[in-house]
Design a binder for this molecule. Sequence first.
Ligand code: PGA
Length: 241
Amino acid sequence: MLIAGNWKMFKGPEEAGVFCRALRDADLGEVDVVVCPPYVSLGEAVGALAGTEIGVAAQNVHWAAEGAFTGEISAPMLRELGVYVAIVGHSERRQLFGETDETVVRRALAAIEHGLHVIACVGETEAEREAGETGSVLRRQVGAIAAGLNEAGVAETDELVIAYEPVWAIGTGKTATPEMAQEAHALVKSILNVPVLYGGSVKPENAYELASQPDVDGALVGGASLDLESFATICREASHS
Ligand code: PGA
């Protein structure tokens, strides 16, 4: 069971340091825990969590090792900082910053080739769900990642986790029902047999029930990961599931 806290564009270095030092002493149950601060706070988080089992992830990563790519950060740069995990394809990047299935695959593959673990996000919009297209959207998004891995000859990988995040549930307070999550996770796993996290308004109140679904292997938590007590409670609830 993996619980990842996606801080998005919250917590600069100072706040990140304070949070991570407190996280060291928090009761997080028996789950694997990762925090995903903004780039500028990664170094602070790595320092504050050194010597613990808590991982630090970047929220994105570029496919090139270096080059003329203004505003991007590469996998070797993250590794140099002590960061060994990266999120790719978050729906905010797909919707607001032009990320496509193709660029998500390029980012994921390069990160894996450089020795990072990857959390690749997929999920349907509200309109797609209402149109009955959830399955086809997931097949397209996950299928692109599976095809990319195959082409690169890394069909079997322990470095990849998928996060199923229905776009309509992100930051909205609307959560997929545990049954909806289970159905989507089973579909994802039928295409690519990797652990699948659920994301979208995960809170202390719903973490246990979601994490109890057989194909839910953890959570990617946004808003509720910014508060220490709420994040620690989610970790403990998932740990009991
Ligand atoms: P949320 O965000 O928990 O605030 O809905 C989840 C995410 O975007 O990863």
